[in-house]
Ligand binder design. Sequence first.
Ligand SMILES: [Mg+2]
Length: 200
Amino acid sequence: MTRIALLDVDGVVADFTGTLLRTLGSSLTPADITEYDIFRLLGDQREQAYAICQDEEFWRRLDVIPGAAEGVEKLRSEGYSVYWVTSPWYTCKGWYLARGAWLKEHFGTPYRHMLPLSEKAMVDGDVFIDDRPDMVVAWWARRGDGVSLLYDQPYNEKIDFVVEFAPTLPRFTWAGYRDAPGIHELWVEGFSRVGRPEAS
Ligand SMILES: [Mg+2]
């Protein structure tokens, strides 16, 4: 049976933060974004940032996170069918088609492999990768034998809004996966280092 890898898009394969800061002409860099809600850090550029996110063109020209294309290919070569679990940006009318076109352009993804939803723990799969710690914990709690990984970002290092064991989640980067024998081995190695959390 084909194994399923569920991948988040923003912050995992699409550089939402970097593209937004560049589009804004902000003096901040992605390394300055050390909390999950980027809009809180944008000061008087916050409204402008919201306006940018309502424009579907923004979603069509997001930068690809370095190593993501090769990483997704490696997942596929390991036998995984890749599906995208991505929270819709509800205030952008053209978001769905823009996101689908972007995934098709960069990852050759058919539209039926895009699952726009926010409650990602509802989706069954064998691997789950997301940059939101609470999402990773929620998915893992429902599917305890699945490979659940937190994509490493500056804004999820200091976690102040989620479960207490989130800091012990195995962290994932495309470079780390490139150098690992496989995704399952990477996950096992991550847990052997930090210790597996108990489900609440
Ligand atoms: Mg994300």
